[in-house]
Design a protein around this ligand. Structure first.
Ligand SMILES: [Fe+2]
Length: 137
């Protein structure tokens, strides 16, 4: 399995979300790059922190839109986000404890995001596309 690079197959056609998904996958690719190049722990830990911060920023923004647009499955969607953030925090802690960031961990991050976009995010696509920019949302 490879680290996924953005392509139109995961586009939601909601510009603000698509841009953030691109940037998020870009941070995973940057982290993979740093690990492959054998960068030092300080550099890897900085990129990992940027990735986790960006994931949180993106989830906050997405959840804000889902709430504003009255998305009916908001609670379960947020639970998925929370679960992924906990996983990332666990990876961060283990890395700080001296464990290496493995290729399979990076692939897990990439797979999780792509599966989430293709599954759960796609489900809110029609509602948000219809409502964003209207008086309703
Ligand atoms: Fe999401």
């Amino acid at each position: 399995m490879a680290i996924f690079e953005w392509d139109d197959s995961i586009a939601l056609n909601i510009p603000i979300i698509d841009e953030q998904h691109k940037e998020l996958l870009g941070w995973i690719a940057a982290l993979d790059d740093a690990v492959q190049k054998g960068e030092g722990a300080q550099t890897i830990s900085e990129v990992l922190l940027k990735l986790v911060s960006y994931v949180c920023l993106h989830f906050d923004e997405e959840e804000r839109l889902l709430l504003t647009c009255n998305y009916p499955d908001f609670a379960s969607h947020r639970r998925e986000h929370d679960g992924f953030v906990k996983k990332l925090q666990g990876f961060q802690e283990r890395f700080q404890d001296g464990e290496e960031l493995s290729r399979s961990t990076l692939e897990f991050m990439s797979d999780w995001i792509v599966t989430h976009i293709r599954g759960s995010d796609q489900k809110y696509g029609p509602l948000l596309r219809a409502k964003i920019g209207t008086a309703e949302c």
